[in-house]
Design a protein around this ligand. Structure first.
Ligand SMILES: [Zn+2]
Length: 165
């Protein structure tokens, strides 16, 4: 997350817990959250404030990192579960002798696993909500990263929720 994103995030945090945000906070949070996008961090902050923990203490950067890791893991696990189900449905498709899974299940024709394509198929009928939670892409369009303007690999969490996944 860059400096501007971090300021946006800390503004959203301060609105909830009335903390005073200084230059040092912006620098520290942007370092701690280097691997996290603004959309993910805002989702994490919302999740924190909807939990009982918010009664006891203020949200920290570590809470956001943990939540984002958990959230990303959910998607990966769902993908693996799907892949296993597909393998179970097609028992005759044996692995090549001595073959590992590398490069087979996880890269389909377009460099995308079948389960990920299915996940997209499920969320495409719904819009992705406007920022800050989603990227605002309409139904039928895949999500985009607002910073790089490239397609995201996985749908935004809010869109998964809206699609009932
Ligand atoms: Zn989106």
């Amino acid at each position: 997350m860059n400096r501007d994103d971090t300021i946006d995030l800390l503004t959203a945090v301060a609105a909830r817990d009335q903390r005073t945000v200084g230059h040092g906070d912006v620098v520290a949070w942007s370092v701690d959250l280097a691997e996290v996008s603004l959309v993910e961090a805002l989702d994490a902050v919302t999740a924190f404030h909807q939990s009982a923990r918010a009664v006891e203490r203020r949200v920290q950067a570590a809470d956001i990192v943990q939540w984002v890791k958990w959230s990303r893991r959910q998607v990966v696990e769902r993908e693996h579960t799907q892949a296993e189900l597909e393998r179970a449905r097609e028992p005759r498709q044996a692995l090549p002798p001595g073959g590992a899974l590398v490069g087979s299940d996880h890269s389909g024709g377009r460099g995308e696993s079948a389960s990920l394509a299915e996940l997209w198929a499920e969320v495409l009928p719904v819009d992705c909500q406007q920022k800050p939670k989603g990227c605002g892409q309409p139904a039928g369009q895949r999500c985009v990263n607002p910073h790089t303007l490239t397609w995201t690999k996985i749908p935004h969490p809010i869109r998964l929720l809206d699609a009932g996944i």
